[in-house]
Design a protein around this ligand. Structure first.
Ligand code: NAD
Ligand code: UDP
Length: 320
């Protein structure tokens, strides 16, 4: 049995990862300051003898003896990471330093949950890991994008200077149960709006594209990456390469929820990337990994989840 630290473990992806690791028979320490995460996300794990929750901020050092560390602590939705931009960059940079120091002390293997945002508004399509990106260093998304880029740099420097065993994954848009109804990201926004027959908020023309990955596929890829040979460190893309425009996504969700919602168009946020699609050749080759849950199936899971959500049950199905 390994002892595994998951920072950001009470968040959307983190809670699925903690569940997977506990089911695999590992001991899990979930460290989270509950900024965008919640204790409800981990209620099903709380009484498990192998699970421990530590309410703490990664900005400050943490001591424990661990075999592996997954670093997921960081708000991921634009509205949440822009809410306190300075805090966001501190979380990425100081959080990475603190966890890398812990890995150094305990000789743990450490994985960084990086992001497709390191490619910015990409001029290369689809995005391969060798692409350095097109990121605005002074825009409203920079606290997140540059924080994540700096965290990758720190991981590489601790590897080169101190011989740390590191892994870097670049996650593309991921969705699934346990996203908050007010998360602000596109899939949860549209499903919640459609179920309530409220207007669907399209930012810009809706012609911008994203590639949506279901959370279970991601968790499988993360665990496979952690278990690769020490000489394979990444970075590696984890995402579903099927690409959709935001308008297509809205139309699918309206259809699957049988909703009366209308589309409304709102201004496109600054620096909103025009396109996003991972090249996953490396993940296919090195991890023998391929996404298995396509958008239609994943959206059905998401819709069922929000239909039962305690904060929404009152307002679902009301007609316009
Ligand atoms: P999330 O907001 O649900 O999870 C982030 C978690 O980190 C939350 O539980 C939050 O409370 C915690 N956290 C934030 N700041 C912290 C701090 N200073 N100290 C301790 N805990 C802190 O988002 P998510 O979608 O689950 O994302 C998890 C990770 O995956 C993030 O690092 C994100 O950048 C990365 N990622 C996610 C996506 C995606 O599409 N979901 C895409 C790319 C990368
Ligand atoms: N978006 C939208 N309506 C919403 C939320 C998001 O049209 O209610 C758009 C957003 O402008 C972006 C895309 O959907 O072009 C994906 O946004 P999200 O915040 O989910 O992720 P990111 O931009 O970080 O990929």
């Amino acid at each position: 049995m390994k002892t595994i630290l998951v920072s950001g473990g009470a968040g959307f992806i983190g809670s699925h990862l903690c569940t997977r690791l506990i089911n695999d028979g590992q001991k899990v320490i979930c460290l989270d300051n509950l900024f965008t995460g919640s204790e409800e996300n981990i209620t099903h794990l709380k009484d498990h003898p192998l699970f421990e929750f530590v309410c703490k901020d990664v900005e400050y050092p943490y001591e424990a003896v661990v075999d592996e560390i997954y670093n997921l602590a960081c708000p991921a939705s634009p509205i949440h990471y822009q809410h306190d931009a300075i805090k966001t960059i501190k979380t990425s940079v100081l959080g990475a330093i603190n966890l890398l120091e812990l890995a150094k002390k305990t000789n743990a293997k450490i994985l960084q949950a990086s992001t497709s945002e390191v490619y910015g508004d990409p001029e290369v399509h689809p995005q391969q890991e060798s692409y350095w990106g097109n990121v605005n260093p002074i825009g409203i998304r920079s606290c997140y994008d540059e924080g994540k880029r700096c965290a990758e740099t720190l991981f590489m420097d601790y590897h080169r200077q101190n011989g740390l065993r590191i892994k870097i994954i670049r996650i593309f848009n991921t969705y699934g149960p346990r996203m908050l109804p007010n998360d602000g990201r596109v899939v949860s926004n549209f499903v919640v709006q459609a179920l309530q027959n409220k207007d669907i908020t399209i930012y810009g023309s809706g012609k911008q594209t994203r590639s949506f990955q279901y959370v279970d596929d991601l968790v499988e890829g993360m665990v496979r990456m952690m278990n690769t040979e020490d000489d394979f460190i990444g970075p590696i893309n984890l995402g579903n390469p099927n690409e959709f425009s935001i308008l297509e996504l809205a139309q699918k969700i309206i259809k699957f929820t049988n909703s009366n919602s209308q589309l409304i168009f709102k201004p496109l946020p600054h620096d909103d990337p025009k396109q996003r699609k991972p090249d996953i050749t490396l993940a296919k080759t090195k991890l023998k990994w391929n996404p298995t849950i396509e958008l239609e199936e994943g959206l059905h899971h998401m819709i069922e989840y929000f239909k039962e959500h305690p904060l929404l049950t009152q307002s679902i199905g009301k007609t316009r």
